[in-house]
Design a protein around this ligand. Structure first.
Ligand SMILES: Nc1ncnc2c1ncn2[C@@H]1O[C@H](COP(=O)(O)OP(=O)(O)OP(=O)(O)O)[C@@H](O)[C@H]1O
Ligand SMILES: [Mg+2]
Length: 471
């Protein structure tokens, strides 16, 4: 960091990396993850690293946190660190951006919703940092890769991140940075580049994990000796993660292979989300149902093409504006709405549609079952196969990409409930193989029933994050 004796006097603060922070900041890998435990000086490091190229006028850096309130802590700290080093630097509060005397800029951004990643479409950043990476999905992380491009000559383009174990991204972060090699060892990834003319090239990319714990942050231990005591008195699981950086005490997102990649909407490659189209007349259409009253119910309509690929083409998700809160419709009302949609939607009308549903809807609790009430209203269901683990495996099988980048399941981008809830599913703390059923899993359940109707084998799968497309 540049600094002058005047600025030292003015603010009395100069930031110098501590030994483990220095270790992280000298790495040359394309991606580096710092952390693994609380309080190791991770966020400070992100702020300092972003400054490295601010003497270059066209340099653009971006520091991301999941939510804006979390970002504001970083912004406050950036004032303490940046002004002494660059007294001429100016912060724009509404745009969340620092402009340095050279003209270089460092932006702060957040991605509270999956679709917010599109706010970065068409932008370029030489340096991108994800603070608290385990709060992001792999889909969000990898999308931002395409924004890591130079704005002019002479800058270095790279990605840095900091994280503690736990959070939705725990699983993929562990698989990407922690498990492949011991800490402090460079991991080489082969990347297949597919050019527009179809030719392919293999290149190599590097990444590394630099562990740090609060014991590496002597300044914090000195300033706040009670912090260590607070970490040590956490419940066992949190303590092993946050004090010692143990990545085995938590698990994260279930479907880490999920991709919503707008670059692939056109050719349907390396994405599960696509734009709607008119379903050909000779494709079979199905619907699937998961019942809910105080929790949301979910109806999904699917088309099956001649190759056995499933397309989720329409949904009716009975959720209020509050996540995971049901609209409290009775069975007859849901059935009437299904019939209306099947009359009015061009992809559904004039077709014979077979339905499958959770077998529980046929249970009689003293009166008519939900299934019977719906049948009276003209909506029929077969009993779905509700095997949880086999169903989950079927969803994985369908999501996996073949060597051409094609999955066996696509979702129309109009299925908003699916796009919001499916990527957020996390593993259960009780049954480590299964989805956490206290999450918003109703659309997933209904997808699972559909996949069990048309089971497929796992195709030979590319390493989940090993293939990137460049345009
Ligand atoms: N090199 C440094 N120079 C001066 N102070 C530092 C330095 N590194 C860290 N600190 C101090 O330690 C505190 C904690 O560091 P920081 O917030 O970066 O840790 P963290 O690992 O991001 O913590 P968390 O796990 O809570 O996100 C900072 O607020 C700062 O006061
Ligand atoms: Mg931090």
């Amino acid at each position: 960091m540049g600094r002058s004796s005047e600025s030292k006097k003015a603010v009395g603060f100069v930031w110098r990396p501590q030994p483990r922070q220095r270790e992280f900041m000298r790495r040359l890998e394309d991606e580096a993850l710092y952390g693994g435990a609380a309080g190791g000086g991770k966020s400070d490091c992100a702020l300092a690293e972003a400054l490295r190229q601010v003497e270059i006028p066209h340099y653009r850096g971006l520091i991301l946190r999941k939510n804006y309130p979390q970002l504001s802590e970083l912004i406050d700290r950036s004032h303490e660190m940046y002004l002494p080093a660059y007294p001429g630097a100016v912060y724009n509060i509404s745009k969340h951006v620092w402009t340095f005397p050279s003209g270089a800029k460092i932006y702060f951004g957040s991605l509270p919703h999956a679709s917010d990643k599109y706010n970065y479409q068409g932008k370029r950043y030489d340096f991108i940092d994800f603070d608290e990476l385990t709060q992001f999905t792999y889909d969000e992380y990898s999308y931002l890769f395409s924004r890591n491009r130079p704005n002019g000559p002479g800058t270095r383009c790279y990605i840095r991140a900091q994280a503690n174990p736990g959070g939705i991204g725990h699983g993929w972060v562990k698989e990407r940075f922690i498990t492949p090699a011991p800490a402090m060892t460079t991991i080489w990834e082969k990347v297949k580049i597919i050019y527009p003319d179809g030719t392919e090239q293999i290149r190599k990319k590097s990444r590394i994990f630099i562990p740090s714990t609060v014991f590496d942050n002597k300044i914090l231990l000195q300033n706040d000796p009670g912090y260590l005591t607070r970490l040590a008195s956490l419940p066992e699981k949190e303590k092993s993660a946050l004090l010692y950086g143990d990545w085995n005490s938590f698990s994260g997102q279930v479907f880490i292979e999920w991709r919503d990649n707008p670059d692939g909407y056109r050719d349907r490659k390396y994405t599960h989300v696509i734009k709607p189209f008119t379903v050909p007349n000779d494709w079979q259409v199905y619907r699937s149902f998961d019942w809910g009253y105080s929790r949301p119910f979910s109806v999904g309509w699917y088309a099956l093409d001649r190759e056995g690929i499933l397309y989720r083409i329409r949904e009716l998700y009975g959720c209020t504006n509050t996540p995971n809160e049901g609209v409290r419709w009775d069975a007859a009302k849901i059935a009437r709405e299904i019939r209306r949609i099947e009359r009015e939607d061009n992809n559904l009308s004039h077709r014979s549609i077979r339905g499958v549903a959770d077998p529980a809807i046929f249970q009689k609790n003293g009166g008519e079952s939900i299934g019977e009430i719906m049948e009276k209203a003209g909506v029929y269901w077969d009993r779905a196969d509700n095997s949880r683990i086999a169903g989950k495996q079927q969803v994985h099988n369908r999501l996996s990409f073949d060597s051409e980048g094609r999955p066996m399941l696509y979702i129309f981008n109009t299925c908003r409930g699916f796009l919001r809830t499916f990527p957020a599913l996390i593993y259960s703390g009780v049954d480590v193989e299964d989805v956490d059923t206290s999450g918003e899993d109703h659309i997933y359940d209904e997808l699972r029933y559909m996949c069990m109707e048309h089971p497929i084998r796992l195709r030979s799968r590319e390493e989940f994050c090993g293939t990137l497309r460049y345009y």
